[in-house]
Design a protein around this ligand. Structure first.
Ligand code: ATP
Ligand code: MG
Length: 392
């Protein structure tokens, strides 16, 4: 390629694009890999165009608020259209996704509020994730600074039927973020639907030997405690079975925590959102003492410990634990999901699994159990292991 031609391709002509006709400047089409795990409590995602243009793993709270116009300078705010009205004109919707959904002076919807919310609102969560990207503009292409294009290869980590999610997101033709309109082009061939928690299986694989033909991933999320079995026979782990155990996640623990707190002191009522915060910042010492600080500064670690035991015994988590107790004697199990990012939960559930007869070296715990299911996915797209793309 000559020097001149290269410049033509790489340098967008800011401001004059729309008047250029015969020698319209071309730009290299960037294709964004967007990998997204839109969970009940948070959206975990990462975007990159190549190994150099990468966003870190992002985490955005799974909250959405429909507003009458898009606020400027607010994280996760965007306008979009996905349908036409009777008059044939586009119906424009305005949304704010993430923490800032709380600031809109309107009722917001948390994905934890409804069984199917994370599927119903998937397109909004996904576009909210895009809108929250600090480098969205850099990931886009186009010759005009105000009208850009986003070419997206979307990979989802979800239990829902991936094609359903694909159909729903393809309805969205554009988004506007901070006054810039981005045309959305989801690449048909680039759409990949992975099992929820797939990245954790990739991490687990890196910890296994060739002797380990089968293994499990145990993901304690907000709503569910999912136990998935994988084979380790080929290049990539393949899921062969999954049990959801709905109602076995952290939300059930919060209910039990609320109960143990009120039993210890009947005048005490701590809102579930506060309990969740207390839980997330709880600690456990080497000798097993749980600490959790209530808003009045009192340590309610004992009540948290009691709640974790109750949760393990009297919720669908109990089924998962008893299944794993048997499987884990033979196969290794990777423990992941936000539940395992809470130190007392990690320790106490681990102790319970050991008591069930699982050898300690069969329990694999990554450094970042809350995000490993997403952060490990990038390996499939950059670097030497490119199997996912070839498999598409
Ligand atoms: N880094 C962390 N430290 C402490 N607690 C955490 C952390 N990450 C997540 N959690 C807690 O774990 C819970 C479950 O988190 P996770 O991200 O696995 O849920 P999710 O994927 O959104 O839910 P689901 O899988 O049910 O759709 C969160 O609600 C939060 O309370
Ligand atoms: Mg999850």
């Amino acid at each position: 390629m000559t020097q001149k031609k290269q410049e033509d391709i790489l340098e967008p002509q800011v401001g004059q694009a729309e008047t250029l006709t015969p020698q319209k400047k071309r730009e290299v089409k960037k294709v964004i890999q967007l990998i997204i795990d839109a969970g009940r409590s948070s959206i975990k995602y990462q975007a990159f165009t190549d190994s150099e243009t990468v966003t870190p793993v992002m985490k955005v709270e799974s909250l959405v608020c429909s507003v009458s116009s898009t606020p400027f300078g607010e994280s996760g705010a965007f306008s979009m259209s996905r349908s036409k009205g009777e008059d044939g004109k586009e119906v424009v919707e305005h949304w704010v996704v993430g923490k800032s959904a709380r600031l809109q002076g309107k009722e917001y919807i948390a994905m934890t509020d409804g069984e199917n919310h994370k599927i119903t609102y998937f397109p909004i969560l996904c576009l909210g994730a895009l809108a929250s990207l600090p480098n969205l503009y850099e990931l886009s292409t186009g010759t005009s600074p105000k009208r850009r294009s986003l070419h997206i290869n979307l990979s989802t980590l979800s239990l829902a039927e991936p094609m359903e999610l694909k159909k729903a997101i393809e309805q969205c033709k554009w988004i506007t973020v901070d006054g810039v309109k981005y045309r959305l082009s989801f690449q048909r061939s680039g759409f990949l639907g992975f099992p929820e928690g797939y990245g954790a299986s990739l991490w687990a694989k890196s910890q296994l030997t060739t002797e380990d033909k089968y293994f499990s991933v145990f993901d304690i999320g907000f709503g569910t405690a999912t136990d998935s079995d994988y084979d380790n026979l080929g290049n990539l782990p393949k899921r062969i079975a999954a049990t959801l155990n709905g109602g076995g996640g952290v939300s059930a623990l919060i209910e039990d925590f609320s109960l143990t707190v009120s039993q210890a002191d009947s005048s005490k009522r701590i809102r579930p959102s506060k309990l969740r915060e207390i839980l997330e910042t709880a600690t456990i010492s080497d000798d097993g003492k749980v600490s959790a600080l209530a808003p009045d500064g009192k340590d309610i670690g004992k009540q948290l410990e009691a709640a974790i035991h109750l949760w393990m015994k009297d919720s669908p988590l109990a089924y998962a634990i008893s299944d794993l107790g048997i499987k884990g004697r033979r196969n290794k199990i990777a423990l992941c999901g936000g539940g395992f990012a809470i130190p007392p939960v990690q320790q106490i559930v681990k102790q319970r699994l050991l008591k069930a007869g699982i050898p300690e070296n069969h329990l694999l715990i990554p450094d970042n159990p809350g995000t490993v299911a997403l952060s490990e996915m990038k390996k499939l797209y950059v670097g030497e292991n490119n199997d996912a793309q070839q498999a598409a």
